[in-house]
Design a protein around this ligand. Structure first.
Ligand SMILES: NC(=O)c1ccc[n+]([C@@H]2O[C@H](COP(=O)([O-])OP(=O)(O)OC[C@H]3O[C@@H](n4cnc5c(N)ncnc54)[C@H](O)[C@@H]3O)[C@@H](O)[C@H]2O)c1
Ligand SMILES: O=C(O)CC[C@@H](O)C(=O)O
Length: 630
């Protein structure tokens, strides 16, 4: 017969996100300034009591004296506390139902407000042990019932002892008085609960730090609302990604580690072992070697457009999904390109540099309007085509070349070869993607084909242009003005020196890969990419991923979802269904999509089944990854 388990749960900052007396303070002190002052003092006294610095009775006495609360305030307090139950408690109602008889709330708070709140999750009122207020004739709260054992030193332990509970006792709480129960040898295990507050002195003493009730249930093999505790999902965020992304991951309950710059291959290999989600921009190279070290990696987010820095083929073979932000910074790049075209046409770099040296060079020589000039766009994708529209609206004549048939927007004219475009354009601007075949797409021969005095821009990828040839053509005067935002090697952070043959060349605008670096774009990206990754973790949805077959999935309701990624070989779907049939499992919905490398099958099933089935799914030959969601 399994040993009976009893669960002792603290109330303030554990069952609820807040300390009830803090909330009471905001209700019963009307003057804002006095309220703030009192609140600060109350919080200080709470911490002193919770960390074991002063006796809890003293902390309680001093807080109540400051509050000057009345019985009439309690209804509003209870109303507000109803909305403050800890998230992981709320979604684990099934645990509270199943262990109704074995769950106890033992708190140094007050029964008057604890009972109505914990009853919401089905805790029995007779299993709540807490203090009670004392009142005067006008209903003012004067103190607390001194005969209650909870007012004594080690009161919680004494209370539990008096219950004579057979079996194992587990305590979950955030305060020193919760640890004391275990310290006095009355409980078997103490779990420091950190979903709402983290107290080092309490965490140090815990058998296990539990950032949520899900984690507690997971480590104790108890029924949980989630298939996997979110706090076990580690996110590594590199390259100065916008804070909004970090916040979104934290809100989900993930553990987030942030590094401001990029990491070299060996460093990344070291740090990626326990990482489930990797977030990068354009600098970090995610190589096959990195991926070999990433046994837990589920998803990579490229917080940019380009994904050429990621070994996509290996990611796919390993069942690692990749997302990017294909449109979030398009407008920013287009605006920079346009601004640079205007500045270069007027020779503003030279003029500005000279004036900084005190040289007044007021002349129109070589300065041109962009109206009526021929703009040649190489790569007519999201950026190229948007630039085409804006450039036309400024009166430019637009030509474009793309290796794929593209619909010309407005009056833009298609060129059928790169040579044709190079020969016709007054300004050449590069907006191709970073595929390896595009290395040195523009070199000596291509510069040769351009007009004398051409303006040249590269805001796509560094390796697309042969820099030696570019330098020679700027020095010779063939290129009259040039703007470069991307380089074959880019510093990994703002501390590293930028070395390039382009430094110091005339009428050459150099920018540190900031085409997409506007606050608007970075914020958009930081919203878009995490939302895709979180959706993939929570539902299996792969819509708009770079390398997975794209599946948009219905919400999971009263079902478990089996996610299976496998090599794209014949017969896997049949094998999955054979396993399910052998276990007599009812399929509620099934979705399959494949690409050249992998198949992606999602199966929603009834929730009661023999859990050994999931092991059998993993053992199907050619399985890459398999997980269950609920
Ligand atoms: N500087 C920055 O900060 C910044 C910001 C965003 C994007 N980018 C880069 O800009 C480039 C374009 O981005 P996008 O969103 O428009 O990409 P996109 O994929 O929408 O468009 C790229 C286009 O280039 C075409 N193409 C590829 N190779 C070609 C070739 N050899 N000749 C002609 N056409 C070719 C493709 O067919 C496609 O139409 C990418 O390299 C991206 O990484 C840079
Ligand atoms: O922000 C970055 O690092 C890259 C920006 C840009 O090159 C992109 O691919 O979106």
């Amino acid at each position: 017969m399994p040993t009976q388990k009893h669960f002792i749960i603290d109330f303030d900052s554990t069952f609820t996100k807040v300390e009830a007396l803090d909330v009471l303070c905001t209700i019963c002190i009307p003057d804002p300034e006095q309220r703030q002052q009192t609140l600060r003092e109350i919080q200080r006294l709470t911490d002193l009591g919770m960390e074991g610095e002063i006796p809890l009775t003293e902390s309680l006495e001093r807080r109540l004296a400051l509050l000057k609360a009345n019985r009439s305030h309690l209804a509003e307090l209870i109303r507000q506390l109803h909305g403050q139950v800890s998230e992981s408690f709320k979604h684990n109602k099934a645990f509270f139902d199943r262990f109704r008889d074995d769950i106890y709330i033992i708190s140094n708070g007050f029964k008057e407000f604890i009972v109505p709140i914990v009853q919401e999750l089905g805790v029995k009122p007779e299993n709540v042990f807490a203090n009670s207020f004392t009142y005067d004739a006008d209903g003012n709260i004067t103190g607390f019932d001194r005969d209650n054992v909870l007012t004594q030193n080690q009161g919680k332990g004494k209370q539990i002892q008096s219950l004579n509970l057979p079996g194992e006792i587990y305590v979950i709480g955030d305060g020193y008085t919760d640890y004391e129960i275990k310290g006095a040898g009355i409980a078997d295990k103490f779990y420091a609960f950190t979903e709402n507050v983290e107290r080092e002195s309490v965490m140090d003493k815990a058998d296990h730090v539990t950032p949520s009730l899900d984690e507690f249930l997971y480590v104790n093999n108890l029924p949980s609302a989630l298939s996997y505790p979110k706090n076990r999902i580690k996110v590594l965020v590199l390259e100065g990604i916008h804070d909004k992304a970090i916040q979104l991951f934290k809100n989900e309950g993930y553990q987030v580690e942030v590094v401001s710059g990029a990491l070299e291959e060996d460093e990344l290999c070291e740090r990626i072992h326990n990482v489930s989600i990797l977030c990068i921009r354009s600098k970090t190279q995610v190589t096959a070697k990195v991926l070999e070290n990433a046994s837990r990696l589920m998803a990579i987010g490229a917080f940019c457009i380009g994904t050429n820095q990621i070994d996509l083929a290996t990611c796919t073979e390993r069942g690692i999904i990749v997302f990017n932000a294909p449109y979030s910074n398009t407008r920013s790049v287009v605006e920079l390109a346009l601004g640079e075209i205007l500045l270069l046409s007027r020779g503003i770099v030279e003029k500005s540099n000279k004036l900084h040296q005190g040289i007044w060079d007021k002349s129109a020589a070589g300065a041109r309007e962009i109206r009526g000039k021929k703009l040649g766009i190489i790569g007519y994708g999201s950026i190229g085509s948007q630039l085409s529209v804006l450039a036309e609206s400024l009166g430019m004549e637009v030509y474009f070349y793309d290796i794929v048939d593209k619909l010309a927007l407005g009056n833009a004219k298609v060129c059928y070869s790169l040579s044709e475009l190079l020969a016709i354009s007054d300004i050449v601007t590069l907006h191709v993607d970073g595929r390896t075949e595009n290395k040195h797409l523009i070199g000596a021969q291509e510069f040769e084909k351009m007009k004398l005095g051409v303006l040249f821009l590269n805001l796509s990828r560094g390796h697309v242009v042969d820099l030696e040839a570019l330098t020679a053509n700027i020095q010779s005067g063939k290129i009259k003005g040039c703007a470069v935002d991307v380089f074959p090697y880019e510093p990994k952070n703002n501390e590293e020196l930028f070395q390039s043959e382009l430094r110091g060349l005339p009428n050459t605008l150099l920018t540190p890969h900031i085409g997409g670096s506007t606050e608007e774009a970075q914020e958009n990206i930081a919203q878009y990419v995490p939302s895709k990754m979180i959706d993939y973790i929570n539902t299996g949805g792969s819509y708009n991923s770079v390398n997975f077959p794209n599946l948009q999935l219905p919400e999971l309701r009263n079902a478990h979802r089996l996610i299976h990624v496998h090599r794209n070989v014949p017969g896997i779907l049949a094998k999955i269904n054979n396993v399910l049939a052998a276990h007599n499992i009812n399929i509620l919905g099934q979705y399959l999509k494949t690409n050249e490398t992998i198949g992606y099958v999602i199966t929603d099933v009834d929730t009661s089944y023999d859990r050994t089935m999931t092991r059998e799914l993993k053992q199907i030959p050619d399985t890459i990854k398999s997980r269950t969601l609920y």
